[in-house]
Design a protein around this ligand. Structure first.
Ligand code: AHR
Length: 302
């Protein structure tokens, strides 16, 4: 099941009612994202009906159908995977309920199924990770890749951007790649298997901090030193990742900003009021080296 905050049907007064379907609670990033959305809804006076899909598309589809039945003013969601949304989004459109995509995109030919998409450029994040590896290592570099959830936009795009840039160097090779589902346990399990199956590993590219942190546990258990014996690159920059970076166990982190709540509430108000909104709003983000992590760690919000 999912956890839903119950309430009366939306649209009765000028309070905006938003149905929000979250992916799950798979990572530190997701926890920070959920908090940002809850806090921003409260600050903006938006009545939030929140549903946690526990990383299952079928739960998200059920939640969206339930929001349609409740006649919320706007539906926002972070799609767990890219494909398979057209039917339910058509139902929302027929009911006259606008939809906002947040964090992750869908793959559909019909872009009129949603009003706007607020979130990161995941291909660019993958490129930044690849660029650092190209510029800061000497060959041969045998990389193992811990992918995010299979079929999810950040997993597809971070892989693509990284591969595009490391192709510049023939002495960088991705020797193994597998999904760790964006979780710490998944990262640990896949890394344990890689350490057994793949004789030479020089670097780990993890699509998020949590999987990177799981991999670090596996590497230490195998008697090797993360950050020194193996180069570790991750994406997100949540506090636990930044701490490991500051401690030298991760070498480089590409930031993915989870604090989307205020922008989401702002876009929702505009959409409900029939104002124009840009079709795409890209989140601003940076990257961190160990020195940079040490400088900002104490004031990191999440
Ligand atoms: O969609 C954003 C990704 O999802 C984050 O990088 C990851 O940590 C999360 O689970």
């Amino acid at each position: 099941g999912s956890d839903s905050d119950a309430g009366s049907p939306g649209g009765a007064d000028d309070t905006i009612t938003m149905g929000f379907s979250q992916v799950g609670a798979e990572s530190g990033w997701r926890t920070a994202n959920t908090k940002s959305i809850r806090d921003a809804a409260e600050a903006a006076g938006v009545e939030l009906r929140f549903s946690d899909a526990q990383q299952k598309q079928e739960n998200q589809i059920k939640a969206i159908r339930s929001f349609i039945q409740q006649r919320v003013d706007v539906i926002a969601f972070s799609p767990v995977v890219e494909t398979g949304w057209d039917a339910v989004l058509l139902e929302a459109r027929r009911a006259g309920i606008p939809v906002i995509l947040t964090d992750r995109a869908i793959d559909s030919d019909d872009t009129s199924l949603y009003e706007t998409f607020l979130g990161s450029d995941f291909v660019e994040e993958g490129r930044k990770a690849g660029r650092w590896l190209v510029d800061n290592t000497e060959g041969p570099v045998r990389v193992v890749e811990l992918q995010g959830t299979t079929g999810a936009a950040p997993a597809i795009d971070r892989k693509k951007g990284f591969e595009e840039v490391v192709a510049e160097r023939s002495d960088i090779e991705i020797v193994a790649t597998q999904s760790g589902d964006f979780t710490r346990a998944g990262g640990k399990e896949v890394m344990e298997a890689f350490l057994k199956s793949t004789p030479e590993i020089d670097a780990v590219y993890a699509h998020n901090d949590d999987m990177g942190l799981g991999a670090i546990e596996a590497i230490k258990a195998a008697g090797r030193q993360p950050g020194t014996d193996l180069t570790i690159i991750t994406v997100d920059a949540v506090r636990d990742g930044m701490r490991a970076l500051a401690d030298g166990e991760i070498n480089f982190i590409v930031e993915c900003n989870p604090l989307l709540g205020d922008q989401l509430m702002d876009l929702a108000r505009k959409v409900v009021n029939g104002e124009e909104v840009p079709k795409r709003v890209v989140t601003e983000e940076t990257t961190f080296t160990p020195e940079e992590a040490r400088a900002v760690l104490s004031e990191r919000e999440y």
